[in-house]
Write a protein that binds this ligand. Structure first.
Ligand SMILES: [Zn+2]
Length: 336
């Protein structure tokens, strides 16, 4: 088995809930999918359809890792009754169409169907809007070409569901016969949802909070206008649940949820302060500011995330009347 960990036994992280780690070609290295076994079976998030790669990364095919992990429970893809999605990002949604074709009922929040699922089912429209958005915010031509190529590659690893079922904020849903409350937590994605098992206060947290890194909060062409404000408001809803354990989309589960939330909130306040400092130098595009806010050697995909994260913070400042935005020479410029 590769050093990337081609196969690891799934771990029972809460009663009836097993964590399955599937390798992904991103810096986070793995996505956590959760198998719930009770009256029937449900899977929470599903990894993306990567192919085997050789070389230093030696990444095994995501589908095969998931298949092997389920077999450990004597389950095949066709035995999965349900697949529920916390959000539409490729590492959480990529295999949905394949599992659906095997018989799983796929569900997600109604907002995510409109704002996330359609990102995959309407590629031309979204690619064009995405590139225009990057351009208006100062991303140079040569970078745009590289980003378009990277997006085409990502799209080839994502199989959206054909007939997803929608859930509503505040509803209760049954996963493998267990009752979970659906809670809409926009920010990391517009229709991001967490699922709370009331009787033991276990939270399927998606990428709302993560152990070692702060989840990316980016403003994309198809995002709600102020994702950072959404995200900080979502934490109020998560805090109110007072969950005992957060089973997250990456890294290890989190027990002290309120403390981790405080750390992430403080991180965003620091980033906002840094950005205000940079804005003192005069009007600049989001791209220019992102190079200063995130100095260092990043690959193209990471630069795109840095840019989107910078934009989310800039728009937050504009909405708070702490920064100004103007349109000049076909670009948006931000200043104090
Ligand atoms: Zn993720």
């Amino acid at each position: 088995m590769s050093e990337h960990g081609a196969f690891m036994a799934s771990l029972e992280v809460a009663p009836g809930i097993f964590q399955i780690q599937v390798p992904i070609p991103y810096p986070l290295k793995y996505v956590n999918c959760y198998l719930i076994k009770g009256e029937g079976t449900a899977l929470v998030d599903c990894a993306l359809d990567t192919q085997d790669t050789k070389g230093s990364l030696a990444l095994p095919a995501g589908k095969e890792v998931l298949r092997a992990a389920l077999l450990e429970h004597s389950l095949r893809f066709s035995d999965l009754d349900q697949l529920v999605i916390t959000h539409h990002h490729p590492d959480h949604y990529g295999l949905a169409g394949i599992l659906e074709a095997e018989g799983a009922k796929v569900s997600m929040l109604d907002v995510e169907l409109e704002h996330g699922h359609r990102f995959w089912t309407e590629p031309e429209e979204h690619n064009a809007a995405g590139l225009a958005h990057l351009q208006l915010h100062g991303v140079p031509e040569e970078t745009l070409a590289g980003l378009a190529g990277a997006m085409a590659k990502t799209r080839s690893c994502v199989h959206p569901a054909k007939a997803p079922v929608t859930l509503k904020d505040g509803d209760y849903t049954e996963l493998a016969g267990m009752k979970f409350k659906v809670v809409w937590t926009p920010g990391h994605a517009d229709g991001h949802a967490v699922f709370w098992r009331e009787h033991d206060s276990v939270l399927l947290a998606g990428d709302q909070l993560l152990e070692r890194v702060t989840p990316n909060i980016g403003l994309w062409a198809y995002s709600r206008p102020n994702p950072l404000e959404d995200y900080l408001a979502s934490f109020k809803k998560v805090s109110a649940l007072d969950a005992s354990l957060a089973l997250t989309g990456h890294y290890r589960p989190i027990e002290n949820i309120r403390e981790r939330i405080r750390e992430i909130e403080a991180h965003h306040q620091e980033r906002l302060a840094s950005l205000e400092g940079l804005l003192k130098a005069g009007p600049a595009t989001c791209w220019q500011l992102s190079l200063k806010l995130f100095p260092g050697n990043y690959n193209l995909a990471q630069r795109r995330f840095a840019w989107a994260e910078t934009l989310a913070h800039l728009e937050y400042l504009v909405h708070q009347s702490q920064a100004k935005k103007e349109f000049a020479k076909n670009k948006f410029l931000y200043s104090l």
